[in-house]
Design a protein around this ligand. Structure first.
Ligand code: SF4
Ligand code: SF4
Length: 109
């Protein structure tokens, strides 16, 4: 049996929701996490929930408010945790979501 190890050299960490270090990485001072600001045009949303379902950080949820079409547009529950992956922006079939990059922050050790 072949054991394959995948070592990612990128500095960006996407999908860190379930990641837990068993020790502090030796290069922790070199690692940074991108941040983004999510924007939603409420009245374009059709409430499909794709953005909510696939956000790797789980920080989107359908709100209680209604848009002009009678759907519940998404809201960001924890804006500080957005990792600027832009998956919500790419998946939205109505072009109702876009993300503005906010730079990178050092990872917490
Ligand atoms: S860019 Fe969108 S999908 Fe990615 S973490 Fe931020 S809210 Fe979630
Ligand atoms: S993917 Fe777009 S249309 Fe679907 S719920 Fe999210 S914002 Fe609304």
């Amino acid at each position: 049996m072949t054991l394959v190890l995948c070592i990612c050299s990128t500095k960006k960490i996407i999908g860190e929701r379930d990641m837990e270090f068993w020790r502090t990485p030796l290069n922790v001072a070199d690692v940074s996490v991108p941040r983004g600001k999510v924007n939603v045009i409420d009245d374009r949303c059709k409430g499909c929930g794709y953005c909510v379902e696939y956000c790797p950080k789980g920080i989107l949820e359908l709100s209680d408010r209604f848009n002009v079409k009678g759907y519940h547009p998404p809201t960001v529950t924890d804006p500080e945790q957005c990792v600027d992956c832009k998956l919500c922006e790419m998946l939205c079939p109505e072009f109702a979501v876009w993300v503005v990059s906010q730079g990178e922050v050092a990872i917490e050790s």
